[in-house]
Design a protein around this ligand. Structure first.
Ligand code: FE2
Ligand code: FE2
Length: 165
């Protein structure tokens, strides 16, 4: 059985993953409106992944005899100064989510909840990957410095991102 405190924190995490999905959809729409379909595609796949994260947490809560409580999703930021500022916001968001996952892991440890620790290990690794991916693109965008030809090349590259299995 899931401890009530862990169950509540996992429900908070489900809301955060769904908000992440919403945020990345907003970033996708922004990039689409900026004439950058590759950037938009990248964010759309990211939004899909975040929804999958929420579903993983839901599965875990149900499998452990807990109750899933879905709350409303806050409206995300929809306008950005530039693709770079959108990716900077994405990176800042991922760093925040990493703190949440780390907090959940610590809570599972306190409760001697080994099953949740094993479950959360996938997310600990995933957060390293997500921070690195967003951070790499921020760095590339800084190097590009808004130069149109390079931005279009990067747009093509991001447009080749494939969905995870
Ligand atoms: Fe996530
Ligand atoms: Fe994420």
């Amino acid at each position: 059985m899931l401890a009530p405190e862990v169950e509540a924190a996992m429900n908070t995490q489900i809301a955060a993953e769904l908000y992440s999905s919403h945020l990345y959809l907003a970033m996708s729409a922004y990039c689409e409106s900026e004439g950058l379909p590759g950037f938009a595609h990248w964010f759309k796949l990211q939004a899909d992944e975040e929804r999958e994260h929420a579903l993983k947490f839901m599965r875990h809560v149900v499998d452990r005899g807990g109750r899933v409580t879905l709350a409303g999703i806050d409206a995300p930021q929809v306008d950005f100064d530039s693709p770079q500022s959108a990716f900077e916001a994405a990176l800042a968001h991922e760093m925040n989510v990493t703190m949440m996952i780390d907090g959940l892991y610590g809570m599972a440890q306190q409760h001697g909840d080994y099953a949740s620790q094993v479950f959360l290990q996938w997310f600990v690794t995933e957060q390293v990957e997500e921070e690195r991916a967003a951070g790499d693109i921020v760095q590339t965008l800084k190097n590009v410095g808004g130069e149109p030809a390079s931005l279009l090349l990067l747009d093509r590259e991001l447009g080749t991102r494939r969905a995870q299995d």
